[in-house]
Design a protein around this ligand. Structure first.
Ligand SMILES: *Cc1c(COP(=O)(O)O)cnc(C)c1O
Length: 391
């Protein structure tokens, strides 16, 4: 490959030999099309008219009063599909189309990425297969139904624990046998090179827009930018706009501590150890023997035992501070934000809100924080009701 896909010592492409030409083909196409005027115009047009970009930067006045400093919200929850995921599926889907591929495959855990891929499969008229663990197909049956309505085939993955990591294994296995006509549309800034770079590129409008909006509407850069981290794509997307601005503090919030349901740890960057998983070197939740742990948090979208390689480097260099929020604080943040703004945040995004609440009373009133609201919380109403029944 032309680039080694390394972020420090992290990243790379640890994949079977048969997949190297397929990854090279994507790398080639990505560097060719990303600045091709026709491709850029087509993507910009669809981002605007299909997905709904640019998204607003909204001043959350009542939530700001609650925490005691100024909070501006990047409204990725307003995009088509209800989250930032469409930025990536639209970009990679268009890349696949320009490469002459006719079929899409993708992995999904909670079903959000699967659904965002199924939408784009319908948009471009491409045959789409979504690999999903059987445990997940059961707990996320509404998303399974929506994917099928979009015309996608949902392939239940029986092996292992029946969750996301097994779905990725099967999707990669399927891909090795179908590389000629099939594009593997990866869901986050993880996996083998070139995915961490490709996904970052397609999520970077979040940061570019947020920086320009902040300068124009607020009159200066923010003091801090906060985002939740699962695989790390929405966080990399918004951080990319501010990473060169050394005075802007960047904070990534992982699902942390003891999961309410299972007591299992999720804080990959806090307690993870370096290893190779799904084709990439990164911090991982694994035992001394290298056994990958099953993760669990109230927000299924943050349930992934690894984290993107660039985040691992940003942690090691200290440019980004990574913290955790546990389930109880996340549920509190969901309630507080919804009550003060009338906006239901995704439980993933509520991790970032929980961090802001933890800073209540600790920061000067003129502090400006930008938070990436990665998605809307309508999908999570059932889970919230389970833990915090409305009286
Ligand atoms: C999938 C998802 C996430 C986690 O994925 P990242 O790659 O870490 O962004 C966060 N928020 C929402 C709303 C999601 O759907």
């Amino acid at each position: 490959m032309k680039h080694n896909g390394r972020f420090g010592d992290f990243g790379g492409f640890y994949v079977p030999e048969v997949l190297i030409p397929a990854l090279e083909e994507i790398e080639d196409a990505f560097y060719r099309f990303k600045s091709d005027p026709q491709f850029v115009a087509e993507l910009d047009g669809l981002s605007a008219r299909y997905a709904g970009r640019p998204t607003p930067l909204y001043f959350a006045q009542r939530f700001s009063e609650h925490v005691g400093f100024k909070v501006y919200v990047k409204r990725e929850d307003l995009l088509h599909g209800g989250a930032h995921k469409v930025n990536n599926t639209l970009g990679q889907g268009l890349l696949a189309k320009h490469m002459g591929k006719t079929k899409l495959i993708a992995e999904t855990g909670a079903g959000q990425h699967g659904l965002a891929t199924a939408m784009i499969g319908a948009l471009f008229g491409m045959e789409t297969k979504i690999f999903m663990g059987t445990v997940d197909t059961e707990r996320q049956s509404v998303n399974v139904h929506k994917m099928k309505l979009c015309g996608a085939e949902v392939i239940p993955v029986v092996g292992g624990t029946g969750t996301l990591k097994d779905a990725i294994n099967d999707a990669l296995r399927y891909w090795t046998a179908h590389v000629t006509d099939t594009f593997y549309l990866f869901g986050s800034v993880c996996g083998p090179h070139p995915y961490p770079t490709v996904v970052k590129h397609f999520q970077s409008p979040i940061g570019t827009e947020a920086r320009a909006q902040c300068l124009e509407e607020v009159g200066r850069l923010p003091d801090m930018v906060v985002a939740c981290v699962g695989g790390g794509s929405n966080a990399i997307g918004i951080f990319s706009g501010f990473v060169e601005d050394k005075d802007v503090k960047l904070i990534g919030v992982e699902a942390g501590g003891e999961g309410v349901r299972t007591g299992k740890h999720c804080a990959t960057l806090e307690i993870g150890k370096v290893g190779v998983f799904h084709g990439s070197k990164s911090y991982l939740l694994q035992s001394e023997e290298g056994q990958i742990y099953e993760t669990h948090s109230v927000s299924a979208g943050l349930d992934y035992p690894a984290v993107g390689p660039e985040h691992c480097l940003l942690k090691d260099t200290g440019r980004v501070e990574y913290v955790t929020a546990d389930d109880e604080d996340v549920l509190d943040a969901f309630e507080i934000f919804t009550k003060s703004e009338g906006i239901l945040p995704a439980l993933e995004s509520a991790h970032a809100l929980a961090y802001l609440i933890s800073q209540k009373g600790k920061l000067p009133a003129e502090t400006i924080a930008v938070i990436n609201l990665s998605g809307r919380g309508d999908k999570d109403v059932g889970i919230v009701e389970e833990y915090r029944p409305v009286q």
